[in-house]
Design a protein around this ligand. Structure first.
Ligand code: TMP
Length: 221
């Protein structure tokens, strides 16, 4: 595809990159950012939790190991609170201007971490998500899938509150993600993230290209 075709198809699209801690998602986000800049594509990258002044303060609470007593329902609501601010303050305006928005995690993370791994029923998470995001679901979730042993080896030795939940928890996160992708294949691209960064990026771009060919351009005001 030419740069102009990519630009037209990615205009006003909302992508979420998902994956377990240690999946190599951040490396792929940097690569995608460099690729988009080369193609002249307007890309806005936001991260969760965080991405706004309010959200970054919520992030500090969520990830600080000092809050070991935090209950999973409180956790879920805090992630959603940060997300709600992010959608209204950053994501919606950028999409309206025709940028492609890439969110480093979104509702898929809550379904995997607080749902599949944390035990909150999926329907409850979806109901809160509707309030938080007002129907702004990603056009595509890219799941960087890697087995838990590899992921845990890749984590930095300084674990945050979520990363320190142990192997069993992280296995359930992975299974949760894969189950979501199976349930909603139209909105998920699964990439084998156990490969080298070059190979993973290659899979990502091939998958995106295949997805883009199913789209018609978005009309942006
Ligand atoms: P990060 O390390 O990718 O910035 O993500 C922060 C941590 O928060 C990571 O361990 C995943 C976790 N998380 C959830 O548990 N639920 C969520 O909804 C989100 C967005 C992140």
């Amino acid at each position: 595809m030419t740069s102009a075709q990519w630009g037209l198809l990615l205009r006003g699209r909302f992508l979420a990159f998902e994956g377990a801690d240690g999946s190599g998602k951040s490396t792929q986000i940097s690569r995608f950012q460099a690729w988009a800049a080369e193609q002249g594509i307007s890309l806005v990258i936001v991260r969760e939790p965080g991405g706004t002044a309010v959200g970054e303060r919520v992030r500090d609470i969520l990830l600080d190991p000092i809050h070991a007593e935090m209950k999973v329902r409180c956790e879920m609501l805090l992630y959603m609170a940060s997300r709600s601010q992010l959608v209204l303050e950053r994501i919606e305006p950028a999409l309206r201007q025709g940028s492609c928005v890439l969110s480093d995690r979104f509702v898929g993370s809550t379904l995997a971490y607080q749902g599949a791994a944390g035990g909150i029923p999926e329907a409850q998470i979806r109901a809160v998500a509707e309030v938080a995001i007002g129907g702004r679901w990603p056009d595509l979730n890219v799941l960087f899938d890697v087995n838990t042993e590899t992921a845990m080896r890749r984590m930095s030795p300084l674990l945050d509150r979520m990363e320190s939940k142990g192997a069993e928890f992280h296995k359930r996160v992975r299974e949760g993600y894969l189950a979501e992708a199976r349930r909603d294949p139209k909105h998920y691209l699964v990439v084998d993230a156990s490969q080298t960064p070059d190979n993973v990026f290659d899979q990502l771009m091939r998958g995106l290209q295949a997805w883009c060919t199913t789209l018609t351009p978005v009309a942006v005001a």
